[in-house]
Unconditional design. Structure first.
Length: 530
């Protein structure tokens, strides 16, 4: 009987999303093609930040809790990289995005280098988004299958049907509106699970006193990372490689990945976008830290459970009937807000970077929206077709991390070279990008090198290759570089170009970084003298 009550709560949540999606989709159905694809510059910084948090927190939160269960609190440095990279994006990338008036992130590579870079990046990013979308749907279906014993593929189809309804009907504006409320809901659920798990473990004082060792030989509550120079190491984010790679991946994810940037570009002003990305970094970091605390608490309370089930175990052993269903619904909310982002970003990339750039540059609004909706439908079908593949993969979280390492090391290298060097040339950048991706695939599939090392090596290779090959090519003209590097923005003296729109940005960055380092140091001191 109790299980049926929890089922009813989850079904009710699906119905609420379905109705809300239908009504909002109907409201925005007549929007222009541009608003349908991008959402327009319509959101203030707070709502923009909420939509970004919703996009970045998905059912993978269970995997994060499981990782903390195994590796302890040291992996919180993975979260702090969002706090480091968000200020970086606010200071250097957003001013360029705003002044170049890009619609997609691959478009920036065309403006800075050439159309080949744009097309290649767009195809790679779209393919990766579809693959991640398929694995995300699979994870959502698997959760409902394991908890309620509902048929796996029926769950996956239901999740995509509900999400597809409001995405195809109302486009990006509908997605943004729903994501704001989903972010509030999923945040409340993660906070609730975190607070109760900490309480059940005896509070922060009891957690600080835990002396069991993680798989790296460090006590679980410690923020210190292990040191390991072995490129084949299976440790999770060891120093120095792990920290370097996490910084690179964080920058690429929050500032180059179009699913995130699409929301950023919906902000109504440059300053709103800067504030939103800082808010996203802080919120994301805080939620990740809560996830780590849940993992460490569950390792203390139930050391013999399977790590990836620690989050669900916390829900079903610590909360009463009905509330458990609500918390599962919060987990599904995090999934839907990521799925709709992957569908919209994939469709917009294909529409803007392929269809409007090469096939029908003069297409009218009605034709563009029709093509976008057809593309969204194809993306949904393709992602559903990938579910059997995801089901065969041993660890979906590891697969996604590997995919990110294969791509983002190369992409962030091209972005950094492009915005910080006036000498980087187009053909050199394209050669570095293609060979960098090929190198990543070889290292991933042809060797046993760990994914942080794959990402770091390919990032270094791509950046060095682009700069060396540029010496054999004519440098871009001053006119071509206008608004494309931190030294060539109109009317702004570089490199700290973010201060032009928001003079207090530097102060906010120092406060955020100082607060984080201070809190980390105090926690480490506390557990040492406890």
């Amino acid at each position: 009987m109790e299980l049926y009550i929890d089922m009813a709560v989850v079904v009710l949540y699906f119905l609420v999303v379905f109705v809300a999606g239908y009504l909002l989709g109907k409201k925005h159905r007549g929007d222009s093609a541009q608003d349908f694809l991008t959402g327009g510059h319509s959101l203030g910084w707070f709502k923009t930040g909420l939509t970004m948090i919703a996009m970045s927190i998905d059912t993978g939160i269970m995997g994060i809790v499981g990782i903390a269960f195994v590796w302890g609190f040291a992996i919180q440095w993975n979260a702090v990289n969002l706090w480091i990279t968000a200020p970086f994006a606010a200071m250097f990338l957003i001013p360029i995005y705003w002044r170049t008036k890009i619609v997609t992130t691959p478009e920036l590579l065309e403006k800075r280098f050439n159309v080949s870079c744009r097309a290649f990046f767009s195809v790679v990013m779209t393919a990766a988004s579809v693959v991640v979308l398929g694995t995300s749907i699979y994870l959502g279906g698997l959760i409902l299958n394991e908890i309620f014993n509902w048929p796996l593929y029926a769950c996956c189809a239901a999740i995509m049907a509900i999400t597809g309804l409001y995405v195809i009907m109302g486009g990006m504006k509908t997605v943004l509106s729903i994501n704001v409320y989903q972010c509030v809901f999923l945040t409340l659920t993660i906070v609730a699970v975190g607070v109760v798990a900490i309480y059940k473990a005896g509070g922060l004082s009891a957690i600080a006193g835990i002396r069991t060792l993680n798989d790296a030989g460090i006590i679980h509550p410690s923020t210190l990372m292990s040191v390991d120079w072995n490129i084949f190491s299976d440790l999770w984010y060891p120093l120095p490689t792990g920290f370097i790679w996490a910084t690179m991946a964080g920058t690429a994810w929050i500032a180059c990945n179009f699913g995130m940037v699409q929301r950023l570009l919906a902000a109504r002003s440059e300053q709103d976008a800067q504030k939103a990305i800082l808010f996203c970094g802080i919120g994301n970091g805080a939620l990740f830290v809560l996830a780590y605390l849940i993992g460490v608490s569950m390792r203390h309370l139930m050391p013999d459970i399977f790590p990836d089930k620690a989050y669900i175990k916390a829900i079903y052993t610590m909360f009463p009937v009905g509330v458990r269903g609500l918390l599962v619904a919060g987990l599904i909310a995090s999934l839907l807000s990521t799925i709709d982002g992957l569908v919209t970003s994939s469709s917009t990339l294909i529409t803007e970077d392929i269809y409007l750039r090469f096939v029908r540059p003069d297409a009218q609004d009605k034709t563009i929206k029709r093509f976008a909706r057809i593309t969204q439908t194809i993306v949904i079908i393709a992602s559903l077709a990938l579910i059997p593949f995801a089901a065969q993969y041993r660890t979906v979280t590891a697969f996604i991390q590997s995919l990110i390492a294969d791509m983002f090391g190369v992409i962030i290298a091209l972005y950094l070279v492009g915005i910080f060097s006036k000498r980087a040339a187009p053909r050199a950048a394209f050669i570095a990008m293609v060979t960098g991706i090929l190198l990543a695939m070889y290292l991933d599939f042809g060797t046993k090198i760990s994914f942080p090392n794959v990402g770091m090596f390919t990032c270094i290779y791509s950046g060095v290759a682009a700069m060396v090959l540029s010496r054999f090519e004519k440098p871009p003209s001053v006119e071509k570089l206008e608004n494309l590097t931190v030294y060539t923005l109109s009317g702004i003296k570089g490199p700290f170009v973010g201060l032009a729109a928001w003079p207090n940005l530097r102060k906010c960055i120092l406060i955020i970084a100082g607060s984080w380092l201070g809190l980390s140091a105090l926690w480490e001191l506390y557990i040492r003298i406890h």
